[in-house]
Design a protein. Structure first.
Length: 342
């Protein structure tokens, strides 16, 4: 990795510096060419830097601010009234070219509103989309978007999401012509609302996108599709339901492994394998949703992420910055629109 700087909203999320700062130190250990700007209350941040090695401290900069966007702030209020907040200043560092990406575990609506105003959308993109990856039976991740940034979408917006999701999959996983599908209530052409059907018609005539049609909810985790597109209302419910089911399965598995002497004995013998399975089922293993379609890189972490989960979000931001994701989306969109209009 070449020298790269991330701007971190150190105060965002449920735990603030208690999680964000130790995760930042871990990221600096893994990425020797990484620099991190911690934005937030300097006194609070420095509490978690006291045990850090000089090698990591030399690549940290602190920008002091005591204002924080709370989880209760409405997006418009945060945009107008939190101009000295850790979230806004972290985004401004990306806008001004002082950081390659911003990572925050703060208020999603506020982050969306601020990012759209400060960073602007790419040419040809109407709305940014929140996208993350989910586990699949094949062992390869499946990208789902939008996850809640846009509750309702027209067909053109869904089409733009399909392009962005395809490029993201190519950039992060270097997968050629990833399979793209629209999430629907059936796979038949007559199923679904007008927006989904119209988006399908557009994608069918877009050669540069490997569109395979509609998929239903039970296809999400098979791995037969790389990118699944839907509006934010459907996507957010799908994501939260998936996280709930994953937690239920982990809970049931743990309880079952403590049921009886011989089962407990067997579980100890295969403990490493069990731990690996539980880790892969844990939603935190996939923490980090990208707000794509902007002229800069923004990664949203779960608000209640622990240190390991927040580190995943930092790793994702570094990967996207290294591969210059916004430029890739911009170039691909220009190429596709040129084909459509020719």
């Amino acid at each position: 990795m070449k020298n790269l700087t991330l701007a971190l909203d150190a105060m965002g999320g449920d735990h603030g510096p208690h999680v964000t700062v130790p995760a930042a130190l871990q990221a600096l250990k893994f990425h020797t060419s990484l620099n991190i700007i911690l934005v937030g209350d300097k006194t609070e941040i420095e509490k978690y830097l006291s045990q850090a090695h000089s090698a990591e401290l030399s690549r940290i900069e602190i920008i002091h601010t005591t204002e924080v966007v709370t989880m209760c702030d409405r997006p418009i209020h945060a945009l107008r009234s939190r101009k000295n907040s850790s979230m806004r200043i972290a985004l401004e560092l990306v806008r001004d070219g002082k950081a390659a990406a911003c990572v925050s575990a703060g208020n999603t609506g506020a982050l969306m509103a601020m990012a759209k105003v400060l960073l602007k959308t790419l040419p040809g993109i109407d709305r940014p989309a929140l996208v993350s990856c989910l586990p699949a039976m094949t062992g390869k991740p499946v990208y789902l978007l939008d996850l809640g940034a846009n509750v309702s979408c027209d067909s053109e917006t869904l089409f733009q999401f399909a392009i962005m999701g395809s490029v993201l999959c190519e950039a992060v996983h270097k997968k050629s012509r990833p399979k793209v599908a629209l999430l629907n209530v059936g796979i038949e052409a007559i199923k679904g609302n007008d927006q989904v059907q119209q988006a399908g018609q557009i994608l069918q005539h877009t050669d540069q996108i490997n569109y395979i049609g509609f998929v239903e909810g039970d296809e999400i985790y098979t791995g037969n599709v790389d990118v699944i597109v839907c509006d934010g209302f459907v996507g957010n419910i799908t994501l939260k339901t998936s996280e709930g089911i994953a937690k239920l399965l982990v809970h049931q598995l743990k309880r079952g492994l403590n049921d009886g002497f011989f089962v407990r004995l067997l579980s100890k013998l295969i403990a490493p394998r069990i731990q690996d399975v539980l880790s892969k089922m844990n939603p935190d293993h996939y923490n980090g949703a990208s707000l794509i379609g902007l002229r800069g890189i923004v990664v949203k972490s779960h608000g209640n992420a622990d240190e390991a989960a927040f580190l995943q979000a930092l790793n994702l931001a570094a990967t996207e910055a290294k591969r210059r994701l916004p430029e890739m989306i911009k170039d691909r969109l220009e190429s596709i629109l040129l084909d459509i209009n020719s």
